[in-house]
Design a protein. Structure first.
Length: 234
């Protein structure tokens, strides 16, 4: 049975529950661009979530004639498992904790505070690498379009949406090539619109399964791609 999606979700029904639908991240950016043509040349800014979201968004910026920015967010990981997180820190320094997970970790107050501090430092360092000392753009009256290469849990995307709303964007839109139904259900209520080409159900979900060619994007490559789009040499 096809899962019922929130009313603000726009998908490509022909790609539902399929795997290997994109050749690579650049191809995914082409597909998403076709879904977002209503934003072409509009008062909108694309915010790539590094590192994997940068190559997707770079294609979209060219095709939709929109400015390219970055929304640096990072999950706060467990001391004993750097793949698992219990919260996220966004580029404005804000912290979003997953209280449901946190309650099961047994972490002390000191450990939680240390995790937040280390993650804030990581986000600040990455933000400096991408943007240097340039101020964030004025988002008043602007549609902010957040782009990543996929949504796994969706929790870090929630942190990014909150940060952009605090900066005063008119609308917060999420655009991702692929996502699981659970992540869509989590993120969609926080966004004005969520575009996702390939939505998949089932007990297990992996972003990589949507791609024929998949490898982690090196942070240095993502920074170089972003800087090249802006003609930056810092």
């Amino acid at each position: 049975m096809t899962a019922r999606l929130p009313s603000n979700v726009i998908e490509l029904a022909e790609l539902r529950d399929r795997v290997a639908v994109f050749r690579d991240r650049e191809h995914a950016g082409e597909i998403l661009s076709g879904m977002l043509t209503r934003h072409e040349g509009a008062r909108a800014i694309l915010f790539a979530v590094p590192a994997g979201g940068v190559p997707v968004t770079a294609v979209m910026a060219r095709r939709l004639r929109l400015p390219l920015e970055v929304a640096v967010v990072s999950k706060i990981t467990l001391p004993w498992n750097t793949e698992a997180g219990y919260g996220a820190v966004a580029f404005d320094g804000s912290v979003l904790l997953n209280e449901h997970i946190l309650a099961r970790t047994g972490l002390s107050k000191t450990q939680i505070e240390e995790g937040q501090r280390a993650t804030r430092e990581k986000v600040e360092r990455r933000l400096l690498e991408f943007r240097g000392d340039r101020p964030l753009p004025d988002l008043a009256g602007t549609t902010a379009i957040l782009v990543d290469d996929g949504l796994a849990s969706g929790f870090t995307m929630l942190a990014a949406i909150g940060a952009l709303r605090r900066l005063g964007c008119r609308d917060a839109v999420v655009a991702v090539p692929t996502a699981g139904t659970a992540a869509v259900g989590l993120v969609a209520p926080a966004a004005d619109t969520l575009y996702c080409a390939n939505i998949r159900g089932g007990a297990s979900f992996a972003v990589a399964s949507a791609y024929e060619r998949w490898a982690d994007v090196d942070e240095k490559d993502a920074v170089a791609l972003f800087r090249a789009a802006h003609g930056l040499r810092y």
